[in-house]
Design a protein around this ligand. Structure first.
Ligand SMILES: [Mn+2]
Length: 305
């Protein structure tokens, strides 16, 4: 794996290079599809740097550390400007990595998730369930006149039958958009918990109905493998200012942590954390939130094993 020194000069949690560990992270330092403020290509480096605040401890909820189980595969070697060429270049290294490790992908803008889902769908041989935390529905049918981008991947993944429609759950959605886009997942039979639905709900007991609804869907549809796509702009800009298309009125860090902790028992197969744009960050708020979410997900994997 080519490792751009300037993009990944440190490793997540100071973990060793990926070899035969069950868990691994890899960066996808691409932001050629951003429609707002660019800069998410610098996300992997910032998330790794922020993760160093977490590298000497045990998770307070799961009572484990991913260290000893985790490797860092560096950043994928990718073209910088062509979406098609980037996705083509991703295919082989992604296919190899998901067969070797349970992966957490560090974005990058959200256009990276479609080729990731294609790779998981092909490898697992069945459509996936999706838990999608985001301010944006990402079900637009075109990307400002282009066929594909960082706001079309959910639409495309459903069109390509990569997902079980009834097992797609969107959480935190609140951006402007046509009704057709905003409600598309629900129209296909999936679940949407918009930011307004979740206002004031933060404690485990308050969010239990959300977790139970997801669990019920999975049980009713044969327990498909579950993928987590976590756009950091699901958080309110107060918690995550460093992102390309911030939307006021978002989730709190505590809400997201509660969901990650209390959904730890799902049949997760991988995750991504995208849209961290450190140029707009303050005091590493955004990159530390992203690092903490990825760390929590990885700790859940260790605790489950
Ligand atoms: Mn978003």
């Amino acid at each position: 794996m080519h490792d751009f020194a300037y993009l990944s000069d440190t490793r997540f949690l100071k973990a060793p290079p990926a070899a035969d560990q069950p868990l691994a992270v890899a960066g996808i330092a691409w932001d050629g599809s951003t429609t707002g403020r660019p800069g998410a290509r610098m996300g992997p480096r910032a998330i790794r740097q922020a993760s160093h605040m977490l590298c000497d401890g045990i998770h307070p909820h799961f009572d484990v550390s991913p260290l000893g189980h985790l490797g860092d595969a560096g950043d994928l070697a990718l073209p910088n400007t062509s979406l098609g060429a980037m996705r083509e270049a991703m295919a082989a290294p992604v296919a190899a990595l998901i067969r070797r490790h349970h992966m957490a992908w560090l974005g990058g803008d959200h256009s990276i998730t479609l080729p990731l889902l294609r790779a998981y769908r092909e490898w697992l041989g069945r459509p996936l369930a999706l838990v999608h935390l985001d301010a944006h529905c990402d079900t637009w049918q075109d990307h400002f006149g282009e066929p594909s981008g960082h706001g079309t991947w959910v639409w495309e993944a459903l069109q390509e039958c990569l997902l079980v429609p009834a097992c797609v759950t969107q959480i935190g959605i609140r951006s402007s958009g046509t009704r057709a886009a905003r409600e598309h997942v629900r129209d296909r039979g999936g679940l949407i918990f918009g930011a307004r639905d979740l206002r004031g709900l933060e404690a485990p007991a308050q969010l239990a109905p959300v977790c139970d609804a997801i669990r019920d869907r999975l049980a009713a549809h044969g327990h498909p493998p579950v993928y987590l796509s976590l756009d950091i702009d699901c958080l309110d800009p107060a918690f995550a200012p460093g992102t390309g298309t911030p939307e006021p009125g978002g989730l709190t860090s505590a809400q997201v942590l509660t969901l990650l902790e209390d959904l730890a028992d799902l049949s997760w197969v991988g995750m991504d954390c995208v849209e961290v744009a450190p140029a707009y960050d303050h005091a590493e708020l955004t990159s530390l939130a992203a690092a903490s979410f990825v760390w929590t997900y990885l700790c859940a994997c260790v605790a489950r094993a």
